[in-house]
Design a protein around this ligand. Structure first.
Ligand SMILES: C[S@@+](CC[C@H](N)C(=O)[O-])C[C@H]1O[C@@H](n2cnc3c(N)ncnc32)[C@H](O)[C@@H]1O
Length: 243
């Protein structure tokens, strides 16, 4: 996987306070991620980003790893229905849609600017058929209740604040009750050794399989060098319902 900034577009100046004295500078960029394999198969995906404190406005390292996992398993996801939670700039969902999955992207129902970003990523990649909905973890928003069936749920760097851990698993458990074979493919960045999902997985009758990064070429020097911060390990997990 290669990553390059293809354009640093414009600077948008905005008044930020009532006295009209303060400005923020929003830097918009577009990144191109190129996925390849030994058989000369190749996919280039363009992701617009905005340098902004809101978390869903730029590509997090976890999403590059999850997108690489999807690319690696692209033959098995064709025609599958895939929902991405907390999608932000949506790199994994966009890769899945480009590989032939039927994709729904979601971000918090309370963060329309993040859902706009999902739309912009669809637009940048010519994906008119991808739906974007508001789903807030742990809440039964219409975006969640109106979903028909789901085969795979994606979540990249959603487990970053411990206050949200159980809400995310409540949403996952609800989806798995309605789709008993569904799997949650997620990437997790280890930000503190005190954190664990084990108790919550047990509580919600879920189990977690850890997928070594080396099994899907996510430890390549390109990924490690350009995107992954040195001290924060990223994990790939598949969470399923316990039988
Ligand atoms: C760390 S960012 C990760 C974004 C993207 N998945 C990635 O890896 O690049 C967390 C994402 O979760 C979304 N989010 C935060 N709180 C949420 C909530 N309560 N419900 C749904 N989404 C939420 C944010 O808007 C943001 O897009």
């Amino acid at each position: 996987m290669e990553e390059s900034i293809i354009e640093e577009r414009d600077y948008e100046l905005k008044n930020t306070n009532s006295e009209n004295t303060g400005y923020t500078v929003k830097i918009k960029t577009e990144k191109c991620f190129t996925f390849t394999d030994k058989n000369t198969d190749e996919l280039a995906v363009i992701i617009p980003e905005i340098l902004d404190p809101t978390y869903g406005m730029y590509v997090w390292p976890c999403s590059v790893v999850l997108a690489q996992y999807i690319w690696w398993h692209r033959k098995s996801i064709r025609n599958k229905t895939i929902l991405e939670l907390g999608a932000g700039t949506s790199l994994p969902g966009i890769v899945a849609a480009k590989c032939g999955a039927d994709v729904v992207l979601s971000d918090s129902a309370d963060l329309p600017q993040c859902r706009d970003n999902c739309q912009q990523s669809c637009h940048a990649n010519g994906l008119a058929g991808v739906t974007v909905v508001g789903i807030t973890w742990g809440r039964f928003d219409p975006g969640l209740l109106n979903l028909t069936s789901v085969d795979i749920i994606l979540g990249s760097d959603c487990f970053y604040d411990t206050k949200d851990f159980e809400d995310i698993l409540v949403t996952i458990a609800y989806l798995m009750d309605r789709n008993s074979n569904a799997e949650f493919w997620c990437t997790y960045q280890d930000r503190s050794s005190d954190r664990s999902l084990d108790y919550l997985l047990l509580k919600w009758n879920l189990k977690c399989e850890k997928i070594p990064l080396c099994t899907f070429d996510a430890e390549s020097s390109c990924l490690a060098g350009s995107t992954l911060p040195g001290n924060h390990t990223i994990h790939m997990w598949i969470i399923k319902r316990k039988i």
